[in-house]
Design a protein around this ligand. Structure first.
Ligand code: AMP
Length: 485
């Protein structure tokens, strides 16, 4: 069931410094001396770097205590000289994170390492809670002091509070209280635990490295350490791994599953499979469907690198129009998406992408991108291609217009900055200066992920979110946190 946003929206809308974060998580439990958890986690996070480039962190346990290191920057920067002291454990978890601006970004880096009555535990989270503000207020009213502004700390606090009867019971009690998206890796001194929210909004997968277990946001992290993909962690499932092996508990029945469809459109890596669907194949299929829906007379099909490459190849194969690169990408420029000012964002696009004049001069071009958010990228690119001599530029988008922000773990700006929320397709075409502009329909998009083991959230495209916000907030307001078990 999907729910329209309502006027409670303003109340639970995250503040600027706690905007939804894009994150990747990784964990490993090993008794095998050939594998070092810190090293494996480092490699796993490297493979998940696209899910967050602002901070990175690793925590390891050697059975006696938990050591960790985290900081601002890419994995390679954060761990340049800091992996050594973490070597030698048997469990490791890690996190990469991207969020919008906030004052205390370093404090918000994960994993969080907390003390509780059972010793210490560390926790890393991908996703966003929608009742975070209410829960935080309630906890603060009771005297809880927080060290970060992230919802992960609210979850960690609840786990510590309910831990009298062990970690498993504590996590399952926490799951009764929180609402929203969470894919978690948790580490005690002797256990690795993975948890996926009952709607499975963010992905989480289980893998094996010989007899050692690994968990990760995406299967591409398993490939980085030569681990095998075993299966996706089920919505509502808690997996506990310790020296006795792996145990699975269905803590909450999977309900109205709502995996984020934007993972397939843009966020995930094309070499990952999520909930039974290859990200690459789904993107290629988006291109095929664009070609069927919008046949265009053109000389070549091209992509905005890299996330739209499979869709362009699908369009080219279906239409018979040759594929060629219209844009070169500077590999050393990171994200241009969220920059403090529009001027920097525009400059960023120019630095990142440049037209290949010899390919585009005098040509009728079909250019495919995965999404239009603010419209900055498309506008700058169309301008660039025209300056390079393109005769016509037909822009095709392998997803529907982004009309609403995401509150479940994808970083999208607010309504007023989304070009699709206040303009028709024709108006957007004019804004970006393309000859024609076409978007994939929601129906076609959902067909590209048909056969997945779950249903989907397409809230950014249709404004229908998978959680009944009003109900969730009311329930949270009246909850007695002390009596939850
Ligand atoms: P914009 O310039 O704001 O329209 O952004 C559109 C471009 O950003 C597209 O090329 C997308 O590939 C990319 N994009 C879309 N969503 C995101 C996101 N959540 N984070 C980073 N980049 C994104």
């Amino acid at each position: 069931m999907l729910f329209e946003p309502n006027k409670e929206y303003e109340r639970w809308k995250p503040q600027d410094d706690v905007m939804p974060e894009e994150c990747g998580v990784f964990g490993i439990f090993t008794d095998d001396r050939r594998y070092d958890p810190a090293e494996a986690t480092y490699l796993g996070l490297y493979a998940l770097q696209h899910r967050g480039q602002e901070s990175a962190g690793i925590a390891v346990s050697d059975g006696k205590g938990i050591k960790f290191h985290k900081g601002m920057g890419l994995c390679s920067e954060v761990f340049k000289d800091n992996l050594g002291p973490l070597l030698g454990g048997h469990i490791g978890i890690g996190h990469v994170r991207y969020s919008t601006t906030g004052d205390s970004m370093a404090d918000n880096a994960q994993p969080l390492v907390m003390s509780y009555r059972g010793g210490k535990f560390a926790m890393a989270h991908n996703g966003n809670l929608i009742n975070n503000t209410v829960l935080r207020e309630k906890l603060e009213d009771e005297g809880t002091v927080f060290q970060t502004t992230i919802d992960t700390e609210v979850m960690a606090n609840l786990i510590a509070r309910y831990s009298k009867h062990g970690m498993l019971k504590a996590i399952s009690a926490m799951m009764k209280v929180v609402r929203g998206a969470y894919a978690l890796v948790i580490m005690t001194q002797d256990e690795l635990i993975a948890v996926r929210d009952p709607q499975g909004i963010r992905p989480l997968a289980l893998g094996k490295l010989d007899n050692s277990y690994v968990v990760a946001s995406e299967s591409c992290a398993f490939d980085a350490i030569d681990a095998e993909f075993v299966r996706d962690i089920r919505p509502g499932e808690i997996i506990v791994i310790n020296k006795n092996g792996l145990k699975s508990y269905q803590a909450q029945s999977a309900m109205d599953t709502a995996l984020c469809v934007f993972e397939y459109v843009y966020f995930a890596r094309p070499d990952s499979d999520i909930d039974g669907i290859s990200v690459y194949r789904s993107r290629e299929n988006m291109g095929t469907r664009l070609a069927q829906a919008f046949p265009i007379d053109a000389d070549l099909v091209s992509d905005v690198p890299d996330s739209a490459t499979p869709a362009a190849s699908g369009y080219a194969a279906e239409s018979g129009i040759p594929y060629a690169k219209a844009l070169a990408k500077n590999r050393y420029v990171g994200r241009t998406f969220i920059q403090p000012s529009q001027a920097l964002r525009e400059r960023g696009v120019k630095l990142k992408l440049n037209a290949i004049k010899r390919n585009v001069h005098g040509k009728k071009l079909i250019l495919i991108d995965d999404s239009i958010v603010r419209g900055t990228t498309s506008r700058k690119i169309v301008e660039m291609l025209r300056l390079a001599g393109a005769r016509e530029v037909h822009m095709l988008i392998s997803s529907p217009p982004v009309i609403c922000p995401c509150f479940f773990g994808i970083d999208t700006p607010s309504h007023d900055q989304l070009v699709g929320s206040k303009n028709s397709v024709e108006e957007i075409r004019k804004i970006i200066g393309a000859d024609t502009l076409h978007y994939l329909s929601i129906g076609d998009l959902l067909k590209t992920v048909e056969g997945a083991g779950c249903n989907f959230c397409a809230g950014c495209f249709n404004g229908q979110y998978p959680v009944d916000i009003r109900r969730a907030l009311k329930e949270t307001e009246t909850m007695d946190l002390m009596t939850i078990e």
